[in-house]
Design a protein around this ligand. Structure first.
Ligand SMILES: [Zn+2]
Ligand SMILES: [Zn+2]
Ligand SMILES: [Zn+2]
Length: 125
């Protein structure tokens, strides 16, 4: 249920040493995400869904400098902004992340129109 990865407790189903889980276990599925609602690291949305007993909340735009993405390959913590603009690659170790994750950004982060994904958070203006 919980695994220590680079000094962080990652909660999920069958979490491996690089934060893959039972849902996402391809070679590039090596990031964990800290959820805004609980501050806990999870490998994916489904793991949070299954194990946390509360509704998930996305990172608001103004919190996008928070370090909320963990590279499972080297343990570097990316800020949300860094991750969203990072071409699916770790800025520290250049490990490739799954580019398909872009389809799921809105589950974790409030994203603006520039990313072509509908935001689930209310706009402030
Ligand atoms: Zn949570
Ligand atoms: Zn999972
Ligand atoms: Zn890395």
């Amino acid at each position: 249920m919980k695994r220590r990865v680079s000094g962080h407790d990652v909660v999920g189903l069958s979490v491996d040493a690089e934060t893959r889980c039972v849902h996402w276990h391809g070679p590039k599925d090596i990031i964990a995400i800290k959820f805004f609602c609980c501050g806990q690291w999870y490998p994916c949305f489904e793991c949070h869904q299954g194990l946390a007993n509360h509704k998930p909340q996305v990172w608001p735009l103004k919190e996008h400098d928070s370090r909320a993405v963990l590279c499972g390959a080297c343990g570097f913590e990316l800020s949300v902004a860094e991750y969203l603009s990072g071409q699916s690659r770790c800025p520290a170790c250049s490990a490739d992340f799954n580019p398909g994750c872009a389809h799921h950004y809105h589950l974790y982060f409030a994203v603006d129109a520039a990313h072509g994904v509908e935001t689930t958070a209310q706009r402030s203006q």
